[in-house]
Design a protein around this ligand. Structure first.
Ligand SMILES: Cc1cc2nc3c(=O)[nH]c(=O)nc-3n(C[C@H](O)[C@H](O)[C@H](O)COP(=O)(O)OP(=O)(O)OC[C@H]3O[C@@H](n4cnc5c(N)ncnc54)[C@H](O)[C@@H]3O)c2cc1C
Length: 380
């Protein structure tokens, strides 16, 4: 793109990429990414689940609003299915009866299909579960795996096809508003001007706000660690559902011929290129070994990523209350992949000043509940 864009988006994770794709047919869009490759941070480190029961009400509404795009993306978006059946079992043992019933009631209230199976059925589906004291599980049969890479690349390819641009190794250093335009200065000293600036910087969104002279909204990045390990010999684990402990102390799921495990930790940290603590991995292995007959000799790969939350857990989407021309798309927490298309649709319609798409309204998406204005008198 030779001319200055109408809209510059900071951060080419799934949030910035989805928004850029939705905007590109209507505006000149420039997506700026600090790293040499997009998807290096939270987007490339997720567990790739799509669960309509997961997250606070607006995150769930955006997730429901994303389903149509993921199930039937437009022609040419991708060559592979974006969603694949997976299902989830939340398993409990003796002493956790009340927790199972409480979760069943909580998930039923979300309106998504959920069920309750006994121990025998849970063991039939996942034969390695520890049988002693097993009560059974709460199930979410419609939970899916998302092909995150294909989704992310589909957005980025579509952006370019529609005339937009992605610029990597392009870190926003500062931005100043003069009249009706921002002047952006990148780390290499280059500058560009544009009327609208979108902050989709993931865990760094409060840092980017400060670089634009705006107030932070009080995002808290939280470290979550994960690892892969070999599936048990002689068993075909590929069709197992995701298995999560009812007390949220571990989960595991099939992942590309292996199993992916996590201690389901949520450790508050400052934004950085996060790595797993050894203790996180040890706790995850211990939890999974306690809840199953699996022995995890050595994890094959370990990593950690940041899930960044606003105080109420909902996403932060909308124009900044004080800084003209600054738009927020942040606070995706642990649901940023599954909600990305709905969030992109919402942000694009607010940026363009057009009515919310009907399907967002039908799912109960409420822009006020996600507006950054709810933090206007918050942390300064
Ligand atoms: C272990 C784990 C499991 C998860 N599981 C799931 C799951 O099953 N389902 C789900 O939906 N979600 C899941 N999540 C959450 C999901 O990964 C995030 O919500 C989502 O990826 C956030 O996307 P993002 O685009 O906001 O952030 P990011 O992917 O982090 O992108 C932000 C980008 O902004 C860039 N940036 C920052 N500052 C600047 C700057 N100054 N200039 C230019 N660029 C900048 C960064 O380099 C980064 O690439 C999980 C997360 C983790 C860590």
């Amino acid at each position: 793109m030779n001319d200055d864009p109408d809209i510059a988006i900071i951060g080419a994770g799934i949030a910035g990429a989805a928004l850029a794709w939705h905007l590109a047919p209507h505006a000149r869009v420039l997506l700026l990414e600090r790293e040499a490759q997009p998807g290096q941070h939270s987007t490339g480190r997720s567990a790739a689940m799509f669960m309509e029961t997961y997250g606070p009400p607006q995150a769930r509404a955006l997730t429901r609003a994303s389903r149509a795009h993921y199930q039937q993306p437009p022609a040419g978006f991708t060559d592979v299915p974006l969603l694949a059946p997976r299902g989830v079992l939340y398993v409990g043992w003796q002493g956790q009866e009340a927790a199972l019933e409480a979760l069943l009631a909580e998930l039923t209230a979300t309106g998504a299909p959920v069920g309750r199976i006994d121990a025998a059925e849970a063991l039939r589906r996942v034969p390695v579960l520890r049988a002693e004291g097993l009560l059974g599980a709460v199930t979410e049969p419609d939970a899916m795996d998302i092909d995150v890479h294909a989704l992310h690349q589909g957005y980025l390819r579509g952006l370019k096809r529609a005339g937009g641009a992605l610029c990597c190794s392009a870190e926003l250093q500062s931005a100043h508003r003069n009249g009706d335009r921002w002047t952006l200065t990148l780390k290499d000293g280059s500058t560009l001007r544009c009327p609208a600036l979108v902050n989709a910087a993931g865990a760094w969104a409060d840092v980017v706000a400060a670089r634009c002279g705006a107030r932070p909204v009080g995002l808290q990045p939280k470290r979550r660690s994960a690892f892969t390990f070999a599936a048990p010999e002689g068993m075909d684990a590929r069709a197992w559902p995701t298995v999560a402990a009812i007390d949220e102390t571990w989960y595991f799921k099939p992942d590309a011929g292996q199993l992916l495990g996590s201690p389901a930790n949520a450790d508050p940290v400052d934004p950085h290129d996060v790595v797993p603590e050894e203790l996180d991995i040890a706790l995850g292995i211990h939890g999974i070994e306690q809840g199953t007959r699996l022995t995890i000799r050595r994890p094959q790969r370990t990593w950690a990523g940041l899930r960044s939350f606003a105080a109420d857990g909902e996403l932060v989407i909308g124009w900044d209350a004080q800084a003209p021309g600054l738009f927020w798309l942040a606070g995706q927490g642990g649901y940023g992949i599954q909600s990305a298309d709905g969030a992109g649709q919402l942000a694009a319609s607010l940026l363009r000043g057009v009515a919310l798409p009907e399907q967002l309204q039908a799912q109960g998406v409420d822009p006020n509940a996600m507006s950054p204005a709810r933090f206007a008198s918050g942390p300064g």
